[in-house]
Ligand binder design. Structure first.
Ligand code: NDP
Length: 284
């Protein structure tokens, strides 16, 4: 029978582990605090924000939200980031992206203090992720995949992993994190030839293509673990679906993460964990 890799128990374990760390910080007079910077009121941002608020509340992590109007200019967002950098009571910041087109998002991301970059958006964080050094933080979704595989005791060392997707927020950093764990990742993308053959040789397949329910059962087998990073509303906006054709892939493979309730539910847990780590680093 196919094992379902659910995110909830992983998030629960992470929260239990962080509770003791938060208590120790509070003893030192430090309340881990995350700043959220939101430009406008995009429904996706608001939905993500609600998830973060809930998770932060459960973890006793404080949130400060900086809301800017849709028609603000780049300098306004830069000013918000600079004020976060200067504030010793703020340990991490998350900037909702994509920002409106008229905002120079690259300049805004570059302005963030890497020590507060709990979402892994600065060059320093990417360097830290690729060089395996404790500089900044890995992008939360990529790390969530590793946390999930670890929780379910999927062996990574020496394992062939097909990473389907090469974005800077998921595929590429995930491949770096897998390398750090002595796995052998193969990064695939839209121009990869014979994708099904690459996947067939992998013991773990991580799918992050951005196309709902498009990753088919071709190339999957009974020994494989499939992790679905995708998250979309279906055509009728009735239910959330992933990038994997779940109904057809699940009966074939050994284990698969569901959508909803898989990687997506872990991303905010990793974010909060990063805030606690940033607060710990701030006193070292
Ligand atoms: P992007 O659109 O930035 O990247 C998609 C990648 O998939 C690209 O590298 C693209 O290749 C590749 N790709 C597209 N089609 C195919 C195909 N048919 N075969 C092989 N590769 C293909 O998406 P993101 O990385 O930002 O997001 C990926 C998924 O993860 C999305 O479904 C998104 O909703 C989800 N997501 C989930 C998060 C969470 O918290 N759970 C957070 C962030 C994202 P190429 O480079 O050649 O175009």
């Amino acid at each position: 029978m196919t094992q379902l890799l659910r995110g909830a128990p992983v998030a629960k374990q992470m929260q239990e582990q962080s509770a003791a760390r938060v208590a120790a910080l509070v003893q030192e007079g430090i309340t881990p605090t995350l700043a959220l910077v939101r430009v406008g009121n995009r429904p996706d941002d608001l939905s993500y924000e609600r998830g973060i608020l809930k998770r932060a509340h459960e973890a006793c992590v404080q949130i400060q939200t900086i809301m800017l109007p849709q028609d603000c200019i780049t300098q306004d967002v830069l000013d918000a980031v600079v004020s976060i950098n200067k504030d010793p009571h703020i340990h991490g910041a998350l900037l909702f992206r994509p920002m409106p087109h008229h905002i120079d998002q690259r300049a805004v991301c570059a302005a963030l203090d890497p020590q507060k970059d709990v979402d892994g958006i600065t060059q320093d964080s990417l360097y830290g992720t690729f060089a395996c050094e404790p500089v900044g933080f890995a992008p939360c979704t990529a790390e969530a995949v590793i946390r999930m595989l670890d929780f379910y005791e999927v062996v990574l060392e020496g394992t062939q992993v097909a990473v389907v997707g090469r974005s800077l927020v998921v595929g590429r950093p995930l491949a770096a994190l897998l390398l750090a764990r002595n796995a052998t990742p193969t990064i695939c993308h839209s121009k990869t030839q014979h994708l099904e053959q690459v996947c067939a040789h992998a013991q773990v397949v991580v799918v992050a293509t951005g196309h709902p329910q498009s990753f088919s059962a071709v190339g999957t087998n009974a020994k494989q673990v499939v992790v679905d990073v995708g998250i979309h509303w279906d055509e009728d906006a009735q239910k959330l679906v992933g990038d994997v054709d779940f109904a057809n892939v699940k009966p074939i493979v050994a284990a698969i993460s569901p959508v909803p309730g898989g990687v997506g539910s872990l991303t905010t847990a990793v974010l909060i964990d990063h805030v606690v780590t940033a607060a710990e680093r701030s006193i070292k």
